[in-house]
Design a protein around this ligand. Structure first.
Ligand SMILES: *[C@@H]1O[C@H](CO)[C@@H](O)[C@H](O)[C@H]1NC(C)=O
Length: 612
């Protein structure tokens, strides 16, 4: 029954898709003669555009270039002619006369409208279940909160990088349609990047194109070849960075050419319920966060485990635990994903908590604090290219971490925020020569560090009481914190070298630090545990129950919401668990692990000397 239904939905979609292609090819062949410019290129704002204030900036029906398809494989094959003849015949004999005929044209318009209406109810296969899932507070409360958001009439940018992941695509499309329905079809821009997929992603992106075209949602769907021909020569973090930057190209073009600024960028990964995404946007706005991530859970031997451990670090720089979704049933909190005590407490209350870095499936980024401020995705470049003969790569122990592009992005967010804080203070006299501290209330200087180790000497600097601030939560030694085995790092060699304990490293770092991280303005990176990202095959109902318990605990609603806004923001950790891919070899290339110092001051100085 369910399968029959799916098949019917799919058939209907494919039929609609075909229809749209007919219409498009019909129009494009008649109009291409008159226009010289590339119809897929975003056009510069003309004088006329400036005059027409108050109109929708992202009106895809008016500006054809807002719906572009790049890099589609349009090569002719054996059957191209046969197929083309077939649909032209259908078009000429049945569609066109019906559309243009006097008696039938209004019916045709009607059927297009009802098709659109039907498409707007597109709920996917997993998404359809979302409203039935348990959440820590009731669904009506969600709805209310979202109405506020929708009223503000902001623009949102949906970014997706698809690399042979066709099994999510229909549901992701459903989520986009649901978002378009709430925000309005011209308050959204969808950027899909197909990075060298070899499955049916190409066909399904055709389908996405058809649906988005009919709905009038602006998009750019683009397919690009892989960076290297030989997978063994590919360096995964570099590929990640490349793909994401390409997916962001329309964001920059729309700003440069048409002065369109987006309020938030939503990176869709895996599968996330539409309401959870709205929630995360809300948390992003109320906290003025640079980034808010969900949490992603993968099915593993009948359990769900927190899975994106490669890119996630708690505010102490530690890796998350590979916890089960049911870990909350243990009230001691020693088995929940974040190791940091404060975060663990907030996790237990389903509240957003601060981290050093996260990605975890779907995440929301504030472009004003990142992309518009000049941050793009990058990766280390001194990796070992395993396909080259004898390219021995000896790296110093404090060489930059060769980890994921997201980890680089997070560090860039910290540094950018620190620099922003310095700029604010630079206006004041006398402080301009010294690297500045953030405007935080003076904190007591913890002289006696517990355990005799980590505290170190307070660094003194002219111009103000710069003090090393111990994180408020007690940093306990967690023997497991450094011993990585990870879903993403399952190829990690066990015990080949034992990373030194975090405290030793901190001591080392202290001597090098001129200005501690804690005095700089902290980046606001949060994880929202209420935003769940899952993968195909996951039984959502069980997962939701594991995470949030039985539904409808209305009494907790207001209590929870008030605490969604973080009051205290920690500075960056002095060191973090660096899990790096030192060699090429694609996504599954082996990872090594070490603990590496992180000094914002040093980063700032380096960048200054490089003038970036
Ligand atoms: C590694 O070397 C090969 C051969 O020169 C080259 O084609 C490839 O692009 C290199 N890989 C990377 C990630 O630079």
């Amino acid at each position: 029954m369910a399968i029959a239904l799916r098949r019917r939905t799919l058939l209907r979609l494919i039929f609609l898709g075909g229809l749209v292609f007919l219409v498009r090819s019909f129009f494009s062949s008649s109009s291409s003669a008159s226009s010289v410019t590339d119809p897929t290129e975003i056009q510069k704002q003309g004088v006329l555009d400036l005059v027409k204030r108050g109109e929708k900036a992202l009106d895809a029906r008016k500006y054809k270039f807002l719906q572009a398809r790049l890099g589609r494989d349009d090569r002719e094959d054996l059957f191209s002619d046969v197929i083309k003849d077939g649909y032209m015949d259908y078009w000429d004999r049945f569609q066109k006369p019906y559309m243009t005929g006097h008696e039938t044209s209004h019916m045709d318009a009607q059927s297009v409208l009802s098709a659109i209406e039907q498409l707007l109810t597109l709920n996917g296969w997993v998404a359809a279940l979302c409203p039935t899932l348990t959440r820590p507070f009731s669904q009506n409360k969600y709805e209310e909160a979202h109405e506020d958001l929708v009223k503000q009439n902001h623009l949102y940018y949906v970014g997706m990088v698809i690399h042979s992941a066709d099994h999510f695509l229909i549901d992701q499309l459903a989520v986009i349609v649901q978002l378009a329905k709430r925000f309005g079809t011209s308050n959204l821009f969808v950027s899909m990047l197909d990075y060298d997929s070899s499955d049916s992603t190409e066909t399904l992106t055709d389908l996405c194109e058809a649906v988005l075209t009919l709905l009038g949602v602006p998009f750019r769907i683009r397919r690009v070849p892989g960076m290297t021909f030989d997978p063994a020569a590919a360096y995964y973090p570099l590929e990640e960075a490349h793909a994401r930057n390409l997916a962001l190209e329309p964001l920059h073009e729309l700003y440069e050419k048409r002065n369109i600024k987006f309020h938030r960028v939503i990176w869709l990964k895996g599968f996330t319920c539409p309401n959870d995404i709205l929630e995360t946007i809300k948390i992003s706005v109320s906290n003025e966060a640079a980034m808010v991530c969900g949490m992603d859970w993968a099915e593993h031997n009948g359990f769900f485990i927190f899975s994106d451990r490669w890119r996630t670090r708690d505010i102490n720089g530690d890796q998350f635990r590979q916890s089960k979704s049911s870990s909350l049933s243990d009230s001691s909190l020693i088995s929940v994903p974040p190791r940091d005590v404060e975060a663990a407490k907030r996790y237990a209350q389903h509240l957003p908590f601060q981290v050093f870095c996260c990605e975890s499936g779907t995440h929301v980024v504030d472009p004003a604090q990142s992309y518009y401020a000049g941050i793009s995705y990058r990766a280390g470049d001194d990796f070992h290219n395993a396909t080259l003969p004898k390219d021995v790569n000896i790296r110093p122990p404090d060489a930059k971490c060769l980890d994921s592009t997201q980890a680089w992005f997070c560090r860039d967010l910290w540094v950018a925020k620190a620099r922003e804080g310095m700029k604010d203070l630079e206006q004041e006299p006398d402080l301009s020569e010294v690297p500045q501290m953030k405007k935080r209330e003076p904190e007591p200087i913890p002289q006696a560090a517990e355990g005799g180790g980590g505290g170190g000497k307070p660094a003194a600097a002219p111009g103000g009481p710069i003090a090393f601030r111990k994180p408020q939560n007690n940093r306990k030694i967690d023997a497991d914190a450094n011993a990585g085995s990870d879903y993403d790092a399952s190829d990690l060699p066990q015990n080949d070298d034992v990373p030194s304990s975090p405290d030793d490293d901190e001591d080392q770092q202290q001597t090098k630090l001129t200005i501690p991280n804690s005095v700089f303005l902290p980046a606001r990176i949060l994880v929202n545990p209420r935003c769940v990202t899952t993968y195909a095959g996951v039984s959502h109902t069980q997962l939701a129950l594991d995470l949030f318990g039985p539904p409808d605990r209305e009494d907790r609603d207001d209590e929870i919401k008030k605490k969604d806004v973080l009051e205290d923001w920690e500075g960056a950790p002095n060191s973090f668990v660096c899990q790096e891919q030192q060699t090429t070899g694609g996504r599954r290339a082996p990872k090594n692990q070490r603990r590496l110092g992180f000094s914002i001051h040093q980063e700032l100085e380096e960048r200054e000397s490089l003038a970036i």
